[in-house]
Design a protein around this ligand. Sequence first.
Ligand SMILES: Cc1cc2nc3c(=O)[nH]c(=O)nc-3n(C[C@H](O)[C@H](O)[C@H](O)COP(=O)(O)O)c2cc1C
Length: 216
Amino acid sequence: MELRDAIRTNGTVRRFTADPVERSTVMSILDDARFASSGGNRQPWKVAIVEDRALRRELAGMMQPVWDEYLEPFGADSAPFNAVDWKRPASITPGKPNELLNGIESVPVVLAVAADLRKVALMDGQLDRPAMTGGGSIYPFCWNLLLSARAHGLGGVMTTFLSRVEPVAGPPLGLPAHHALAATIFLGVPEHQPTKLSRNPVESFTTINRFDGPPV
Ligand SMILES: Cc1cc2nc3c(=O)[nH]c(=O)nc-3n(C[C@H](O)[C@H](O)[C@H](O)COP(=O)(O)O)c2cc1C
């Protein structure tokens, strides 16, 4: 597949066929993903291929309350859990449907991705706001993984539910000290591969010289 086509059409897949994905395919995908860039080329990633059904169910049980909280109504233009103006909802309706979590045992591939914080130079770690740059050393790896999955005829989704409950999710995953849970990635043969993605046009986010400069 041509690279630009792949970049422009790698839509999120949350429903998979029952086709299994061989361990060798997962290894091949990870073998591509490892060519991602990271700060100082320190490659902070660690991956657990979560095959154990009981462990998957346990993790889904931890993710569900995060999903429930995420879906509680909030401002239209700001993200739930944002660090600027999000407020904890007064009440949370539990058990909101989530096919991915409900069917986690039958998802072909579940990967937990962690980052070794000792290998991440947190350039904005001392500012008076939440640090942002650290993710730059792990999410290119995750995205490479999703692009490679596509090249292998698979689709998937990167999720971050589990990071919110890292203190409880870490121990059953054997998360090493000083590591952050960055993502849980689900992969499989897509029931349907979305290729028409809804994204804002370049003009909506690009200006000249300054962020308050003239539009392009
Ligand atoms: C950093 C990051 C975190 C995400 N977290 C979740 C998540 O927790 N749960 C989920 O279902 N999707 C998650 N997604 C997937 C996004 O919702 C999805 O990529 C986005 O809505 C675009 O969807 P589309 O590719 O179908 O247009 C995440 C994506 C990214 C990049």
